[in-house]
Design a protein. Structure first.
Length: 70
């Protein structure tokens, strides 16, 4: 669960997911592609949003490991 510090950001991110907007844009400010992909994957898990397109099979550990290039 997210810390109390991020309640405003979590509300904004939840709105992005429910409105059909592109959540990828929320994380672009990090300027670190791997971190952005991991953050997006974790946000999708938290809000129960399936990944759009691509292969949706496999374990969460496998998906997170692939984000780090292992």
């Amino acid at each position: 669960m997210y810390a109390e510090w991020f309640t405003a950001e979590a509300a904004e991110l939840k709105e992005i997911f429910t409105s059909g907007d592109r959540p990828e844009r929320f994380f672009l400010i990090n300027d670190a592609p791997r971190t952005e992909r991991v953050a997006l994957a974790l946000a999708r898990l938290h809000f129960g949003v399936k990944e759009s397109g691509g292969n949706t099979s496999g374990s969460i550990i496998g998906k997170l490991s692939s984000l780090f290039g292992r």
